[in-house]
Unconditional design. Structure first.
Length: 241
């Protein structure tokens, strides 16, 4: 089974960055985010995962930069960070995002989230950012809700897709949270996108093995920026080569 690679372009204060375990004061900077996005597209990526970290943390936004990436590059873009109301949702969709991810609002405004996933179908995914059994919100700064109850509610609402991040390994290059991914896959028939911890091609092969259970794609950030492997190498592994 072939999985999709989604290179990450996380944006903070106008820079492409990668956080370590979601902590804003532990980040690596990688220059201009539009340049970074173009680099991954030129290397062959068909999807990008673009995160407005300032919007996620609630102190400003990088909406103009996100819109440039979405409008200028000929790929599908998944937009995340600060999608918490109709205005932010529509801004991302009208910019041309193929899909938006709802994170904090899925936990703190469940009625709105459930209505949105029912109304927009495939164009909306829900981010499940977990530390153990607990989900995190506001850029992973607040714990909020248990995995079992939240997923059960989202399943009832008709959520079409989940983006699953093990916060404890994100940005650490210590390997993906395979147990968390398998746990979520066992709870839903919907597709799951894996995020966090990927450091090697062997990590990607391990995630590919979960394709039979519902994992359909992998978000990779730090490993690509740090040159652990190339986009082409990653795509070959995810295609089963």
């Amino acid at each position: 089974m072939s999985l999709t690679l989604l290179p990450a372009v996380d944006i903070s204060d106008g820079h492409a960055v990668q956080l370590v375990q979601g902590e804003a004061d532990r980040k690596r900077q990688y220059g201009d985010p539009v340049t970074a996005a173009k680099r991954w597209v030129d290397a062959g990526a068909q999807w990008l995962h673009v995160v407005d970290l300032d919007a996620a943390f609630g102190h400003g936004d990088n909406a103009a930069t996100v819109a440039r990436i979405v409008s200028e590059l000929p790929v599908q873009v998944e937009v995340s960070g600060g999608i918490r109301d109709d205005a932010s949702l529509q801004r991302a969709l009208e910019a041309g995002a193929a899909r938006v991810n709802i994170g904090t609002a899925a936990l703190e405004n469940p009625a709105w989230c459930d209505a949105v996933v029912a109304a927009y179908g495939e164009r909306v995914a829900v981010s499940l950012d977990a530390r153990g059994d607990t989900l995190s919100a506001h850029g992973w700064t607040r714990d909020h809700g248990g995995i079992d109850d939240v997923v059960a509610r989202l399943e009832a609402a008709g959520c079409r897709r989940y983006v699953v991040t093990d916060v404890t390994v994100d940005g650490t290059l210590s390997g993906p949270g395979l147990a968390l991914l398998r746990r979520i896959c066992d709870m839903t028939p919907r597709p799951v996108i894996a995020s966090g911890g990927v450091a090697t091609l062997e990590d990607l092969r391990a995630i590919t093995e979960l394709g039979r259970y519902g994992v359909e794609g992998v978000i990779v950030g730090t490993a690509l920026y740090e040159g652990k492997f190339t986009v082409a190498q990653a795509m070959r592994v995810l295609e089963g080569q």
